[in-house]
Design a binder for this molecule. Sequence first.
Ligand SMILES: Cc1cc2nc3c(=O)[nH]c(=O)nc-3n(C[C@H](O)[C@H](O)[C@H](O)COP(=O)(O)OP(=O)(O)OC[C@H]3O[C@@H](n4cnc5c(N)ncnc54)[C@H](O)[C@@H]3O)c2cc1C
Length: 467
Amino acid sequence: MTTPSRDHALVLGAGMAGLLAARVLAEAYDRVTIVDRDQLPDHAAQRRGVPQGWHVHALLARGLQAMEELFAGLTADLIAHGAPSGDVLGDACLHLGGHQLRRTHTGLTVISVSRPFLEQHVRQRVRALPGVSFAAPSDVVGLAATPDARRIVGAKILRRADGSAEETIDADLVVDATGRGSRTPLWLAALGYERPPEDRVPIDLGYTTRRYRLRPDALGGDLGTLHGPTPSCPRGGVLARLEGEEWMLTLFGLNGDHPPTQPDGFVEFARSMPFADIYQAIRLADPVDDPVAYRFPTSRRRRYERLTRFPEGLIVLGDGVCSFNPVYGQGISIAAIEALIVRDHMKRRRPPGTGQLRARLASVIRTPWNMAIAGDLAIPGVQGQRTPKVRAANSYLSRVLAAAADDTTVADAFVRVSGLVDPPSALLRPRVALRLLGHRRPALDAAAPAPGVLGQRPVDTRPEHTR
Ligand SMILES: Cc1cc2nc3c(=O)[nH]c(=O)nc-3n(C[C@H](O)[C@H](O)[C@H](O)COP(=O)(O)OP(=O)(O)OC[C@H]3O[C@@H](n4cnc5c(N)ncnc54)[C@H](O)[C@@H]3O)c2cc1C
């Protein structure tokens, strides 16, 4: 493999994964072009290419740390522009596994912002980088490859302007960050490569979101409250105070138990949940808009690292590789960690598109994916194999959450793991495990936006008949 030139990198998609990738590529390439089908606003606004932007987007503690590594001062900047912030457990209320976690100061920061606000601040920073430019609005319609298809040398785009014709933008590196709808598997097949194998977990998740005007102390001064689903109640929600003194309520349900968009039904759904704080806060409040829905049928992970043949000059990042159950709030954080991996890879002057890089990126995804699907598999009716390991881990987790309702050490350890700051094995350390022994509160339900697999082996989610 020859070391390619580092003149031009092309990023397909200006969502979070694309912007974060562009940040690190701008250090290694003379020019970086970012293509997106949307006209990208110069203010925080919803856009068609990111329909999930209408819904609550949490940023995990490790994700915020990674973004701060990429953009020094970003957290302070967001706060200065009106982002509410505080301590992950000191300033927010977490109801998980049927318990309310004991409040404590963890030292981990949370910022509570809308997706458009976060994306706008990141986009602004990327726009200011030397060598970076945007080609938007333009649709990416394919990849350009050498005649032997061994190397990707650009992408074919169609500008959204009257009379435009397909054109090819040449590049030394192409990064596909077009999200869940990424067409790289099809494009690879057209070039004679295998499509990546996929792991899928059907969850039939429905989100419905409405914004409200509430007093800043609507939750007793807290930034927000989170209700995780449990086996007996596969529903949940997040009520969060955002920038601009606005509140956003996202309700969700698994297995087809979707929150209605009809206003009374939406409030009733909030009332049906085991903890009353969300319902109490919104029942008499003024809504700002009508409820908006989003359907998420399946969590999906594409196993690019398993392909033995893959073209040089191509990297796939973000939701295009792994589209996590959004309830666990992992996607942006993983995109930020992936960008750090790509930065490290580039610094070592290794050629992009190598199996080694794909393996490293896959290893970043493995643990959060296992955490998420084990949590999903704790919900009856979600299809997938409940191995003894998954059952044992979920049983242990339910004890952790029961203890976390009373014990700040356990609660702190738990939020560090679910925030991807510590590995799941941290919950097995004596400091936590010994506290579970003496704890008497009954473990109720296991499922939660939480670590579910304490070991590192991936859970086999293939349908049983294909194994
Ligand atoms: C309902 C929901 C809620 C979520 N909540 C959270 C959360 O709380 N926390 C969290 O971290 N993550 C959350 N996520 C996931 C998060 O949105 C993504 O993981 C994150 O945005 C990274 O995605 P991405 O950049 O790969 O794709 P996206 O953000 O989807 O961006 C893809 C970009 O590519 C562009 N594009 C797509 N196709 C083309 C094309 N052919 N040509 C040109 N441009 C194209 C789109 O316009 C878009 O700008 C949620 C997802 C959903 C669905």
